[in-house]
Design a protein around this ligand. Structure first.
Ligand code: COA
Length: 169
């Protein structure tokens, strides 16, 4: 039986750490949907549509991988697309507590959906989207951590923000 999984996250923006996990997930599952959560609580820098578009650019070379946005309860979304596995990354011990809570709640909500965890390649173990955003905002080099299209999108986002800021002065 071909196993169908979703890989949910906020992806604000997608990083090489996410891409590493997606590539490994794509080898394990017959079909993988990178599921971009609207997640308004996090007040994302990029809109849901922008995050989906960037993720699509990054995974374009991977067959059996697609990208979709969602704004519902994760387990309901998984069920609505017919997935039985939620893939998540565990970068460090510090991720464990949150992931344990998330997986336990999701199992409570729907016991038919299993959570599976992969660890990233060591070189990506310390990356997070917020760190990448911060380094980009302060004009640091993020080229080792994101796809070139993501670099361009981050530069454009912060240039637009700085422009608005200078117009308001
Ligand atoms: N490489 C690089 N970074 C990674 C990573 C990897 N392999 N895995 C996680 N991260 C980072 C992300 O970049 C993000 O960084 P940031 O917080 O600095 O921006 C951080 O780890 C956690 O992000 P993410 O994996 O996107 O999780 P999240 O907490 O933003 O969102 C959802 C988790 C989307 C799965 C969860 O909010 C959800 O299920 N939402 C839907 C609503 C719902 O069902 N809620 C109830 C859940 S029980």
């Amino acid at each position: 039986m071909s196993v169908f999984a979703i890989y949910p996250g906020t992806f604000d923006p997608i990083t090489n750490g996410h891409a590493d996990l997606i590539e490994r997930g794509a080898r394990m599952f017959g079909r993988l949907i990178v599921s971009v959560a609207a997640n308004p609580n996090k007040q994302p820098l990029f809109s849901l549509e922008e995050r989906v578009d960037l993720a699509r650019e990054v995974v374009a070379h991977l067959p059996h991988v697609e990208v979709r946005g969602f704004d519902t309860l994760l387990v309901n979304y998984a069920k609505s697309v017919g997935a039985h596995v939620i893939l998540r990354g565990l970068r460090a011990v510090s991720d464990f507590e949150f992931e344990f809570q998330l997986a336990s709640m999701n199992r409570w909500l729907d016991s038919e959906i299993e959570s599976i965890f992969l660890t990233p390649t060591e070189q990506y173990a310390f990356i997070s989207s917020s760190l990448v955003r911060e380094v980009a905002k302060l004009s640091g080099d993020i080229s080792p951590f994101v796809h070139p299209k993501v670099m361009v999108a981050l530069a454009a986002k912060f240039a637009a923000r700085n422009h608005i800021g200078s117009n308001n002065n």
